[in-house]
Design a protein around this ligand. Structure first.
Ligand SMILES: [Zn+2]
Length: 150
């Protein structure tokens, strides 16, 4: 859920090694690449690292900063903070979806797969966005809408 790649495993949002729960209250789908890169970081630590690495050259200069009209370190920090909050919003939205029994049932019904599983919610967010919108507007109906009959 941290990117648009298909999820292949589940991520402990707060790393298990750092006290995160080992149940659905702390698990979201994640792709292999994000899983390796996130490691034992919290979402905020990870987002901050990605954001700063994108803008920190390693030689003491900051892309977009350090020159007239560029970003100050404080502004960089503020932007990284905002990015971290966006990641947290996304994580909490997915956790809410997972905890939503109606939605969970809808996914089970519409996919005939177990969720969470190797093909997670991100697959449907990427490829079934229209179906999700229709189903959400209809209150996650158990009866298949006529226009989806095949
Ligand atoms: Zn990813």
């Amino acid at each position: 859920m941290y990117c648009y790649n298909q999820a292949t495993s589940m991520d402990h949002v707060i790393p298990f090694a750092r006290g995160g729960a080992d149940d659905l209250s702390n698990l979201v789908p994640i792709c292999g690449r994000c899983n390796r890169l996130k490691g034992d970081r919290t979402p905020v630590e990870w987002a901050t690292r990605v954001f700063m690495n994108d803008r920190w050259s390693g030689d003491g200069t900051v892309q977009g900063g350090g020159r007239p009209g560029g970003l100050s370190l404080r502004e960089l920090h503020t932007k990284a903070h905002e990015e971290g909050l966006e990641v947290l919003d996304a994580v909490e939205k997915v956790l809410t979806e997972i905890a939503n029994v109606e939605r969970w049932r809808w996914f089970l019904w519409s996919t005939s797969i177990n969720y969470p599983g190797t093909v997670g919610i991100e697959f449907y967010r990427s490829f079934m966005q229209d179906r999700i919108k229709v189903a959400e507007a209809a209150g996650w109906p158990e009866v298949r809408p006529a226009h989806y009959r095949t």
